[in-house]
Design a protein around this ligand. Structure first.
Ligand SMILES: [Zn+2]
Length: 299
């Protein structure tokens, strides 16, 4: 049975109104907007147990009979890693201890290891992906609890690419990372779909971030946002599908009140409208081809 989300995941207010309703793979997906702060979140949503089952079913459906991720998926991950390496380059110190949460096949970890001699550790719940990453000699834990049980040294860089939108309580989650796993002068690196360009209302996305609400979530968790960027790369150079953010711990930041966002519906309509026009005007340029002819590391 789906559960209703009674309190806004960003500000905790109880008043929300309907924002978007659709079907995704035969399941209804309803998103609401907080009337206090403008955060968009899925409600009702699957329970945590149902979400776990869903991931399991997706995984079987997509990868049954296969030992790992497919070429297209790997190619996208590799290209995304390259984009994030460039975004983070100004702040990353060589040899940093790097934790990637939701590390998938490990290509982001490898990208940072190659670019910065970063020392990689991953968390990946999906078994096929985890096995793939481990076959590339990466240290990958199945969960954050499993990593914590290992009592790791703190990390100077924690990245989450396309993970935060799957997390029901993002403020508490990021706060716990800061308190238990990140060094006091470490960096948090995030990438999420952009509510104003990416049409990503799907059943596993519990949150839909705008540039503003992403920054507010990070701040409420006790970080200071240092750099942000909107980019469509590696998929497109023409509209900002993704939000990227670099932040550092600043426990005092969580004392500030949530700054509300207004005109969220209008901004989304304008953003998606712009994307539609650009795609129509430049059909050959809007979406970049994915280079699937990649070299696989010898197993
Ligand atoms: Zn709110």
């Amino acid at each position: 049975m789906p559960i209703h989300v009674d309190l806004c995941p960003l500000c905790g207010a109880s008043r929300s109104s309907l924002f978007d309703q659709r079907r995704f793979r035969d399941q209804p997906v309803t998103n609401r907007i907080c009337e206090n702060c403008g955060m968009v979140f899925q409600s009702p949503r699957m329970t945590d147990a149902e979400l776990a089952d869903f991931y399991q079913a997706e995984y079987r459906q997509l990868y049954q009979g296969s030992t790992g991720p497919n070429d297209k998926d790997l190619a996208i991950q590799r290209e995304r890693a390259g984009v994030l390496v460039e975004f983070a380059r100004p702040v990353i110190k060589p040899g940093v201890r790097h934790l990637d949460i939701g590390c998938s096949a490990g290509l982001l970890l490898q990208g940072f290891a190659e670019a910065f001699k970063a020392i990689p550790t991953g968390i990946e719940p999906g078994e096929a992906y985890r096995n793939y990453a481990q076959s590339s000699n990466l240290v990958v834990f199945p969960s954050r609890d499993a990593l914590l049980a290992d009592q790791p040294e703190r990390f100077g860089l924690i990245s989450m690419a396309h993970v935060l939108e799957h997390i029901a309580e993002p403020v508490a989650y990021l706060r716990e990372l800061r308190e238990r796993l990140l060094t006091p002068d470490g960096w948090l690196l995030l990438e999420v779909p952009n509510l104003y360009a990416h049409d990503s209302f799907e059943v596993a996305h519990l949150l839909a971030f705008s540039p503003h609400t992403l920054g507010q979530v990070v701040q409420q968790a006790g970080y200071q946002v240092k750099y942000t960027r909107q980019t469509g790369l590696p998929r497109t150079g023409l509209f900002p599908l993704y939000l990227q953010l670099l932040a550092q711990p600043d426990p005092g930041a969580s004392q500030a009140e949530v700054q509300p966002e207004t005109q969220v519906r209008l901004k989304r309509r304008l953003g998606l409208g712009q994307r539609k026009v650009i795609t129509r005007l430049f059909p050959g340029l809007a979406w970049q081809p994915i280079e699937t002819a990649i070299k696989k590391d010898p197993a």
